[in-house]
Design a protein. Structure first.
Length: 184
């Protein structure tokens, strides 16, 4: 019984370290921001996708939660080094909050499968749709844009880049998955 408890403690410690590492990588991905309007191009979503693929829904949510709480608490982890609870009330707030359902969806779809690449592709597509659904909706509400403009500004310019980020996340996850032993 003691050995089982020690193994569980080591697994928990390992996953806590992985979740923290992925939160830090997500923050680093936000520092490289190309402003192209109210929504900048960033690498945050690459790391959110990778987090869901590698850590699964439970630890993925923990990682993204750590990241969002750090930013809300004032650490400069959001796009371009910004921070604060006010970021959730601005044009990018829906995208930030969309990371939570995205990582959950990605983890649920990609996990508990035979890790065939098609599940990973479906997972990142569905996760990205969750980010866009919340992000574009919030952008529309906060800026009072019509739907066509909100989609044109908050989604269309990002599709090609997000497809490349999704492909990169899948390749990296498939290479690292065997090394990241986790419990879902």
């Amino acid at each position: 019984m003691r050995m089982k408890r020690q193994k569980h403690s080591l697994d928990t410690l390992r996953m806590t370290v992985y979740a923290s590492l992925m939160a830090a990588l997500t923050a680093a991905g936000a520092l490289i921001a190309l402003p192209i309007g109210p929504i900048p191009v960033v690498l945050q979503n690459l790391f959110v996708m990778l987090t869901g693929l590698l850590l699964g829904p439970r630890w993925g949510l923990a990682s993204v939660g750590i990241y969002l709480l750090a930013g809300a608490a004032g650490l400069p982890v959001f796009a371009g080094g910004s921070a604060g609870i006010g970021r959730f009330l601005g044009p990018t707030g829906g995208y930030l909050l969309g990371f939570l359902p995205a990582v959950l969806i990605i983890g649920l779809i990609s996990g508990n499968r035979q890790h065939h690449w098609i599940w990973d592709v479906l997972a990142v597509i569905c996760g990205s749709l969750a980010v866009y659904a919340l992000g574009v909706t919030w952008l529309k509400l906060i800026t009072r844009m019509n739907w066509t403009t909100a989609v044109a500004v908050g989604m269309l310019p990002f599709l090609a880049g997000d497809a490349l980020k999704a492909a990169a996340a899948i390749v990296v996850a498939r290479a690292l998955r065997s090394r990241v032993v986790h419990r879902r």
